[in-house]
Design a protein. Structure first.
Length: 608
């Protein structure tokens, strides 16, 4: 069978074409090849930037970002510790820190507005105006004080209010049990318990505590989720003074009474142990209450006994007598011509209060003759006078660990004029503090050596005056004079010191200038001084500074007492009438409180 051939169909184009002949990609073949390379480079640079940023954040600056993260959740809080206590020589507290609370807020952590009634209650407990408290609770600050040094009971009531982000932490406030009696000695510390005056300032390194540290982690709502101790707090070290609080209160009361009685501007008194140089009392008036910071007056804060200087006047005369006795030029019975009771030195006239024809050295001291002192010191050299004053501490600040101790003024001997030696013989031309004057008189103790003074004592039990027994007191009979002999080192021989003490005792007898300085039942030696004050660069006519300084008992010296009354007014202004009675009161109480046996035992009235 014959088949009919199939008709030929036109051939179809292939579904698959080469890349170069694809109509969709035909335009792509016309793009330059560098564009793809640029795109590749851009992508690689982007990845490199991200990698570099990651390295910067994680490796190079990782600590910074970690710290920023911790600041938002973690806080290091100081744990305050108590400042060291200050004690007197008997362990009586002179300064102590009381625990209180500091109330603060974190406004940035408040979840919402605080009800007005709670703000008012908070302000009432803090004793702060409501408007002030509301203003501090607003804003985005992370920390703000609401009030510091809040009593513990008040802080507990504030916590009971339940105000979010209002909290408190421990702090301390300084308290001074002795008040104004020891204010200039102890000084005071500021609100942050940093010493600012007195022993608080000079011993700040020992008294200052080391605060502890703790780490607190909070969540975003301000709640504490972790509280860990990093460093435990360490309280400050205690400081023990040589001061006897009993003697301090007694001297302060006597000084305050005398200043008021004579209408004086100010006064100072100091008690020194003649055996070891320890300062047992150091009183000033006017004073201030260190527990009331707002009531402090600048003039009352100053420790005048240590910082103020004056011309010593007649109280310097026993020092010159000791120098002359030690040199061998004179004896207590050496007589000098003092007639007619005055002496012309250039344009200055030296006068005696009670003119005499001739006086022995003992009489010169007893009657406080200025003319006699000039005559006596003319036999010595300027260098000898200058050297003897330097060795008892004139011109040198006492090293007692107290801020602002004055050195006084003692010009170099090469700068002295023709009358300087004469003027200095009766106490003009040099200046000292009351503390320096007391130290100079320690040379008249048993050894004849001027003692270094101390105010900060050991932490152990008391020594010296407060622990003295009656056995250490002088006997009723006058002791034998020490045998003459050489004395090594600074000072004078024990014999010379004994001779001067005997002369000072005569000053309290009839005819002496310090009759009101006597102490019942005890032998005391005292010298008074009345110095004209300088006002506007010249000596004032009716303004004086009255002083008295002495040692007791004469037979066995235990204490040196020095008193200064600044600018007394009224009918009596001299040292014998103003300062000597204060000396008598302070020395008498010191001897009795220290159980020193009396020299003269009064008869038993019950047996009569």
């Amino acid at each position: 069978m014959h088949r009919k051939p199939l008709p030929q169909t036109p051939s179809r184009p292939s579904r698959y074409r080469a890349h170069a002949t694809s109509p969709m990609l035909r335009c792509a073949t016309t793009l330059p090849a560098w564009r793809s390379r640029v795109l590749l480079v851009i992508v690689l640079l982007a990845f490199a930037t991200l990698l570099g940023r990651a390295a910067w954040v994680q490796l190079i600056n990782g600590k910074f970002y970690a710290e920023q993260g911790r600041k938002r959740f973690e806080r290091i809080i100081d744990i305050p510790a108590a400042r060291g206590e200050i004690f007197d020589r008997n362990g009586r507290l002179l300064a102590i820190s009381r625990p209180l609370r500091a109330v603060y807020a974190m406004p940035a952590a408040f979840p919402g507005p605080i009800p007005a009634d709670r703000v008012a209650a908070l302000a009432g407990l803090l004793d702060v105006p409501v408007a002030d408290v509301a203003a501090r609770l607003q804003g985005d600050r992370a920390f703000v004080y609401l009030k510091r040094q809040v009593p513990l009971a008040v802080a507990a009531r504030i916590d009971a209010l339940g105000i979010a982000a209002v909290r408190s932490f421990d702090e301390w406030k300084r308290f001074y049990p002795d008040g104004d009696a020891s204010a200039q000695v102890v000084g005071f510390a500021g609100v942050d318990e940093h010493g600012q005056e007195g022993i608080e300032a000079s011993q700040d390194a020992r008294l200052r505590p080391r605060p502890g540290r703790r780490m607190v982690i909070r969540n975003r709502l301000g709640d504490v989720v972790e509280d860990a101790l990093i460093q435990a707090p360490r309280p400050g070290e205690p400081v023990h003074l040589t001061i006897d609080a009993r003697l301090q209160h007694m001297a302060f009361a006597a000084l305050r009474s005398a200043v008021a009685q004579h209408g004086a501007q100010a006064g100072g008194a100091v008690v020194v142990d003649a055996l070891n140089g320890e300062i047992l009392a150091l009183a000033n008036w006017p004073s201030f209450d260190p527990n009331a910071p707002r009531g402090r007056q600048p003039g009352a804060v100053r420790n005048r006994v240590v910082t103020d200087t004056f011309e010593p006047g007649s109280t310097i005369k026993p020092l010159h007598v000791a120098t002359a006795l030690e040199s061998g030029r004179i004896t207590p019975q050496t007589v000098f011509d003092v007639s007619p009771g005055w002496l012309q030195l250039g344009k200055f006239t030296v006068r005696d209060v009670s003119p005499q024809r001739a006086l022995s050295v003992e009489d010169i001291v007893q009657r406080s003759s200025n003319v006699g002192m000039v005559r006596m010191t003319q036999h010595g050299s300027r260098e000898e006078m200058w050297r003897s004053l330097r060795q008892v501490g004139f011109g040198e600040a006492p090293d007692i660990g107290f801020p602002g101790a004055a050195a006084g003024r003692l010009r170099d001997v090469r700068a002295w004029s023709g009358i300087d030696q004469a003027a200095l013989s009766y106490g003009y031309g040099a200046s000292v503090s009351l503390l320096q004057l007391a130290r100079a008189y320690t040379m008249f103790g048993a050894t004849g050596r001027p003692l270094p003074l101390s105010l900060v004592g050991p932490a152990s039990g008391m020594s010296g005056a407060s622990g003295a027994s009656g056995a250490s007191g002088a006997s009723a009979a006058a002791p034998m004079a020490p045998a003459p002999g050489t004395f090594p080192g600074q000072g004078v021989s024990p014999r010379t010191a004994w001779q001067v003490r005997h002369m000072l005792e005569r000053v309290t007898e009839p005819g002496g200038t310090a009759r009101q300085g006597r102490v019942a039942h005890y032998r005391v030696g005292v010298k008074t001084g009345t110095t004209r004050k300088i006002d506007g660069g010249v000596y004032a006519q009716r303004r004086y500074l009255a002083t008295a300084v002495g040692i007791a008992p004469v037979g066995a010296p235990r204490f040196v007492v020095a008193v200064m009354i600044d600018d007394p007014t009224g009918g009596t202004r001299g040292g014998g009438a103003v300062a000597a009675p204060v000396f008598s009161r302070i020395m008498g109480e010191t001897l009795r409180l220290s159980n020193v046996a009396p020299d003269y035992v009064p008869p038993d009235s019950s047996a009569m």
